[in-house]
Design a protein around this ligand. Structure first.
Ligand SMILES: [Zn+2]
Length: 85
């Protein structure tokens, strides 16, 4: 039996990280980090007015747990998801 220690394999679609970023797709597109694939996240944070941000962007799978929204949380610019979703 082989053991996997990627740290990202247990993540499922719909998982939300501590910054309200939700995983909506895992693509086969290479990310910018070593051995990483592009994951598509959507921001589920609401403004004080109650509006959902809803910003969609790409991120390396290894960054998911700490990712912040590029639009409303001053996160790093997302990876391109052009043609992926
Ligand atoms: Zn946002």
């Amino acid at each position: 039996m082989s053991k996997q220690h990627t740290g990202t394999s247990k993540r499922q679609l719909g998982d939300m990280n501590r910054n309200d970023q939700v995983l909506i797709a895992r693509t086969e597109e290479p990310g910018t980090d070593h051995m990483q694939k592009v994951w598509v996240l959507v921001c589920a944070r609401r403004s004080e007015g109650g509006d959902l941000c809803g910003h969609r962007y790409g991120a390396n799978g290894s960054d998911f747990h700490q990712r912040k929204c590029p639009r409303c949380q001053d996160g790093m610019p997302g990876l391109s998801i052009e043609g992926l979703v």
